[in-house]
Every structure is written in C-alpha cells, then in structure tokens.
Ligand binder design. Structure first.
Ligand SMILES: [Zn+2]
Length: 135
C-alpha cells in the first residue's frame, strides 16, 4: 500500500487518488450527497469500472484520514464508511493477521456483533436467524 503525500488527480474518474496497492488505485469521487471511495483495478479494466466501493460522508479530509489509517494488506476495508454499494466484499491479502478488524460487517459498515445504527438492517436480521451468528 502506497499512500500519496497529497491526493493525485485522476482525470478518467474525475477524482483524487489517495493510495494504491498491487491491485488497485484507491480514488475518491463526488457522488450525490456522498463521497465514494472506489478501488480501480490497474490496467485496462480500470478505465471502465471498479471492483469495490464505499460511500462516506461528504468530507474529503475524513476520507483521506480513513485511507491513511487503513492497512490494506491486513484490513479488508477502510473504516468510517456508511454504505457499501458493491456486492463483492474486499478481502485483504493477509486478513488473518487482523481478525478483530476483519469481523463481518453489514452493508452499512457496522460490525454485525455490535448491531447496526440502521433500523431493520437486513444483514443483521439475517445474522440473527442464522444459527452460527455471522454466516
Ligand atoms: Zn446495517
């Protein structure tokens, strides 16, 4: 994971790249009332789509700090987001090194074992009705 000292303009996505690892560039873009942090794959695929994304409040400093604090090698996702718009959930290459951080989260970014701030969170309902808890 390489963090840039200052955000780097990404003209294709009209956003700012904060960091990159071996597979993705992590770029934030304005998205309605949110900021969306997107994981853009290196190579030609990155011109057309992104693999993962997380919505944050509309505060560039907050997003920059979240990415600066994030160890993408051991931590699946950055902290502080409030919606995960992609179906696929990122898995860090060495996620077993930080099992506490990588506990299951719902689509709103909350840990399932701590509950969700969203009323009737469907992921929480599912976890409750599954015998082992966090399937
Ligand atoms: Zn939730």
């Amino acid at each position: 994971m390489i963090h840039h000292p200052a955000p780097v303009l990404n003209e294709r996505w009209e956003g700012y790249e904060l960091a990159r690892d071996d597979h993705h560039a992590f770029v934030w873009i304005w998205q309605g009332f949110n900021i969306r942090l997107i994981a853009v794959p290196h190579g030609p695929d990155g011109a057309w789509g992104y693999d993962f994304a997380w919505c944050f409040p509309r505060d560039p400093q907050l997003v920059q700090q979240a990415v600066a604090d994030w160890d993408a090698d051991t931590q699946d996702e950055p902290a502080g987001w409030h919606k995960r718009p992609t179906h696929e959930i990122r898995r860090a290459p060495r996620r077993d090194d930080d099992p506490a951080y990588n506990r299951a989260r719902c689509r709103h970014g909350c840990y399932l074992d701590e509950g969700c701030r969203t009323v009737n969170c469907p992921d929480l309902e599912h976890a409750r009705s599954t015998p082992e808890g966090t399937a």
